[in-house]
Design a protein around this ligand. Structure first.
Ligand code: MG
Length: 425
């Protein structure tokens, strides 16, 4: 069995964990430089505030009632690490998929006790970190994702939902689910599927997998098998468009060479930036990670990831590569042979939205246009002369990078001078 554990409204929940007075109030978190809304509490959603809405264009009658925070990546990264540490108490098989989502493997665990086990884990996470989570259970990652939606939506589930592949409940859920809400099915793919008469997740499940492979891709074929309950999708195949872009790969052999690791990270970071520009998004933050081979227990083991804020929402390869390299320097351990490393661009916002946001940026228009022209040229050269024709080197430290974050909460868990204070009455 596979579980998808997902933190509810993660950034907002991190803020609320230290501010219980905010319970029930509309709360939002802004991108760096206080540009756009990137996380919303259910109460803020209910006021009609869209994801990515520019903060300075919010209606004054909304800003009066809600509490907005600058993003506090030091806090979110550390809280994410704490939540993951609790998962490790319940299963050794944890794959972090994004800052607030992990797939957990429960192979060999007695099925009839699994829901209780997950319920206990959920309460434990809440108790130890203050973060509410939801858990979806099934035999494939795609079904576990769908079960997770159910766990969030249906109050009766109490945060844990199980969807066995062959059950009436599962069939009913899939019949009601638009195909574009299935993991990895993009909106444009949805249009083509609709032309073939496939509108719901159930219709996709009963479609011919080989035909879909021919018409779409091998990932689409696997999605069909996944909907039938067979686990066959690798996490590297899947990054949900618009929310995050993951680029990672295993090395051909284990390597501890610093130069080699840096080259790989630079490569992943520039590929990610290129994908970002292709889908017209900007990233606000990125995660760098390194991993050793867990099947070589005789070697030193180390897996670590680090969440870093980008100096501003950006699609500029130079900034992204530079930030990722700095991250690698902080997590890389000398003398350890790594199997895999990667970069995940996260907290993506719509580029066209961000352009209205004149207040958010200290970058001048001229600078921005220069960056856009340079990146367009870079993409054109790599497209026409072959991928990797133009690559970026190390990048320079730029002392002029200062984040504007007027409403950032204290970094409660990572700075001694910002610890929360408890008063007894
Ligand atoms: Mg979440």
């Amino acid at each position: 069995m596979i579980a998808l554990a997902d933190c509810n409204a993660f950034y907002v929940s991190c803020e609320k964990a230290f501010r219980p007075d905010l319970d029930g109030r509309p709360v939002g978190v802004l991108t760096n430089n206080d540009g756009c809304v990137i996380a919303r509490s259910p109460e803020l959603k209910a006021l009609g505030v869209a994801m990515g809405a520019p903060a300075h264009m919010l209606d004054p009658h909304i800003t009066r009632q809600c509490v907005l925070f600058s993003s506090n990546y030091a806090l979110y990264g550390d809280m994410s690490r704490r939540v993951t540490a609790v998962y490790h108490q319940y299963t050794p098989d944890v794959s972090v998929y994004s800052i607030d989502e992990s797939f957990l493997g429960f192979d060999g665990f007695p099925g009839e006790r699994l829901e209780d086990h997950c319920q206990a884990m959920r309460l434990r996470v809440r108790q130890e970190t203050g973060i509410p989570i939801s858990i979806g259970l099934s035999t494939s990652k795609t079904l576990a994702k769908i079960a997770n939606h159910l766990a969030k939506k249906e109050a009766a589930c109490e945060g844990v939902a199980l969807l066995p592949p062959e059950s009436d409940t599962t069939r009913r859920v899939l019949e009601r689910l638009p195909v574009t809400e299935v993991w990895g099915v993009a909106r444009r793919t949805g249009l083509r599927l609709a032309d073939m008469g496939i509108h719901t997740a159930w219709q996709l499940r009963v479609a011919d997998p080989r035909q879909l492979r021919r018409l779409f891709s091998v990932v689409m074929e696997r999605t069909v098998w996944e909907l039938r309950g067979q686990d066959c999708i690798e996490l590297d195949d899947m990054s949900v468009p618009k929310r995050q872009i993951m680029t990672s790969r295993s090395f051909g052999r284990l390597t501890g060479d610093r130069q080699e690791l840096h080259e790989a990270i630079r490569h992943h970071a520039s590929c990610g930036a290129e994908k970002l520009r292709k889908q017209q998004s900007l990233a606000c933050a990125l995660v760098v990670f390194v991993k050793t081979n867990p099947f070589r227990p005789e070697l030193p083991q180390h897996h670590e990831s680090l969440l870093l804020a980008l100096p501003r929402p950006t699609d500029d390869s130079r900034l992204i590569v530079h930030t990722a390299s700095r991250g690698l320097d902080r997590i890389h351990r000398a003398g350890v042979a790594y199997q895999k490393c990667g970069v995940m661009l996260t907290d993506l916002v719509d580029r066209n939205h961000e352009q209205f946001d004149i207040l958010a940026d200290q970058q001048s228009n001229a600078e921005r246009e220069r960056s856009e022209r340079l990146m367009a040229t870079l993409d054109k050269l790599n497209r026409e002369l072959g991928a990797g024709t133009v690559k970026l080197g190390g990048g320079r430290e730029n002392a002029a990078w200062h984040l504007r974050c007027a409403y950032r909460s204290p970094r409660y868990t990572t700075r001694w001078e910002e610890l929360p204070v408890v008063k007894m009455r």
